[in-house]
Design a protein around this ligand. Sequence first.
Ligand code: NAD
Length: 342
Amino acid sequence: MDDGSTTPVRVALVGLGDIGLGAHLPALLRSERVALVGVVDPRPERRALAVEAAGSDVPAYADIDDLGSATAADAVVLATPPWVTTGLAVTILRTGQYVLAEKPLATSVAATHALVELPPADLARLQVGLTYRHDPALARLRTWIRHGPLDGPLLIRAHIYDERLDPTDPAHSHRIREALAHGSPVVHEGAHVFDWLAYVLGGPPERVADAWAVRTDATFAAPNLTGARLAYPRGTTALVEFGWLTDGLPRCELSLLGQRAYAVLDGFTFRLRLTMATGVEVVDDPVDRTTRCFDRQVEAFVDLVRGRVDKAVPGFAEGFASLSLAEEVARRATTRPSRRRE
Ligand SMILES: NC(=O)c1ccc[n+]([C@@H]2O[C@H](COP(=O)([O-])OP(=O)(O)OC[C@H]3O[C@@H](n4cnc5c(N)ncnc54)[C@H](O)[C@@H]3O)[C@@H](O)[C@H]2O)c1
């Protein structure tokens, strides 16, 4: 793909659910470097909403096979459930197109097999939708960890509580219950959080020290609350918790406590507050988190398609690393320790 070209990248959006219509579509429409050439979803009502937002000249299809050569897309954004995303990504990457695929890439490490088997040149055209990796707040945290004042052993606490059970929104609870049937909250939410931690700390944990899980309602397909204690290099410990589907939810935030500073990242807005002996510093972007992160993500994707960068960031390696750590936590949380012999 030419890099100096000002010709917009031709992108199709596949999956017009909550995040497809709510965040990807507006970001694609806002970018001057993108031409939206088609939208796909089996649900006619979602296609109608997409066409209403994008304009009637954007063709809408029920099946990705119908996208065909008519749209001549350079690239495809997959905002589909993870149990659908893996197969679609493999099919599209094989055609030579670029893919921005929502996280998690799959519901299990085993399910990524077909991606792993792809030739490296095909896999290199995959960017993973670990969207918040692009947020300037995370870059600031990384700088504080590398250069101070958070440059020491840290106690990190990630409380990721989202998807409250809302009796007035049965469609939402049905959707989240379905997601739970395809894996614990750590698989879905951990994809992001483990990527944030790898990014700010410069790598993965040395080990999962322990993990736990609680099912607050016996009718749930899997435990809806889960967590772990992760041991990172240089004495840093991360206590991570993920929870869905209770009537009330604890706060959602990530905090980092070191000898000289305490940082708190709001889990929804990414407003960042650093407290030190010398005072308080607040990092608060006036643009809302979804807009700023999805815009940056699209720009990174266009750079990849245009060959302005030689590597997708985050790419398959990052998506796989966060998925495999999430899977290990989910497995450890639900495996009973074997009894020691007397
Ligand atoms: N990056 C983020 O911040 C973020 C936020 C929320 C969700 N997500 C991820 O995005 C993905 C989608 O989540 P959602 O909440 O929008 O789910 P959703 O169920 O609301 O939407 C998924 C859409 O995909 C469509 N779909 C299913 N199979 C399809 C196929 N074969 N071809 C085309 N469309 C198909 C469905 O009809 C539905 O409209 C999930 O993997 C989720 O983890 C990411």
